[in-house]
Design a protein around this ligand. Structure first.
Ligand SMILES: O=C([O-])CC(=O)C(=O)O
Ligand SMILES: [Mg+2]
Length: 221
């Protein structure tokens, strides 16, 4: 599809972000979570976007266990409402490399109490994001290798071919319940290897042979 209205700047559109959790078996196993029978969805706000030039990832106040989760993001190019799996790729404008930063201690507390995950997932700088990646740069989104390093040491390496629910399935499923609009972003879940970063660390992640991004980590004062 053609990319309209300067979608390259999708982070400035202020559009919604739908995140998928537990979409890789190895990540479900490492956190002791069951394999979902249907996609597990949560939201992140546009205020959590962090581009590389904008400064460090800020550990939220009171958080003592913030985790990296490298994920492939899908940028929606046109309205999706009850879209079939076959039609999904006609509505995709491009991609982005993302980090679904997670305050794991806040999330564990929320899980134990049966509460929502907003405090764990929505804080400022919780969504480091790359430049817009055009469709032709990722010819097969079902076979993309993602990696993540902390201070140069590899922590995550996985491929989107290991997703439990494919990108087509995820976007079709979401669109049956709520409308996705041009400029929205869908985070597709993280492979295994999630773990903590601390103040002073450098967090790097990439898509093999395509893109890399680096962020300093600081504590919010
Ligand atoms: O916090 C979690 O483990 C759920 C999640 O976002 C993911 O699997 O990517
Ligand atoms: Mg995630």
């Amino acid at each position: 599809m053609s990319v309209s209205k300067n979608l390259q700047n999708f982070t400035q559109w202020g559009r919604k972000i739908v995140a998928v959790g537990r979409n890789y078996r190895d990540h479900c196993a490492e956190l002791g979570n069951p394999i979902p029978k249907s996609p597990l969805l949560f939201m992140k706000p546009p205020s959590s976007y962090l581009i590389e030039e904008a400064g460090p990832i800020l550990i939220p106040r009171g958080c003592n266990d913030i985790h990296h989760e490298v994920e492939l993001g899908v940028v929606i190019g046109s309205k999706c409402q009850d879209v079939s799996e076959k039609e999904v790729l006609n509505h995709v404008a491009g991609y982005a490399l993302t980090l679904d930063m997670t305050a794991r201690d806040f999330q564990n507390e929320a899980k134990a109490k049966g509460n929502p995950w907003a405090m764990a997932k929505c804080f400022d700088t919780a969504l480091p994001v790359s430049r817009f990646i055009a469709l032709n740069e990722i010819p097969d989104p079902g076979n993309v290798e993602l990696w993540c390093k902390v201070n140069g040491e590899e922590r995550q390496r996985g491929t989107t071919s290991d997703m439990i629910f494919s990108i087509s399935h995820l976007i079709s499923y979401i669109s049956k319940y709520f409308t996705l609009d041009e400029g929205d972003l869908v985070l597709t879940g993280t492979p295994a290897g999630v773990g903590p970063v601390k103040e002073g660390d450098v967090l790097s992640c990439g898509i093999t042979d395509l893109i890399e991004m680096n962020f300093n980590v600081k504590r919010k004062l």
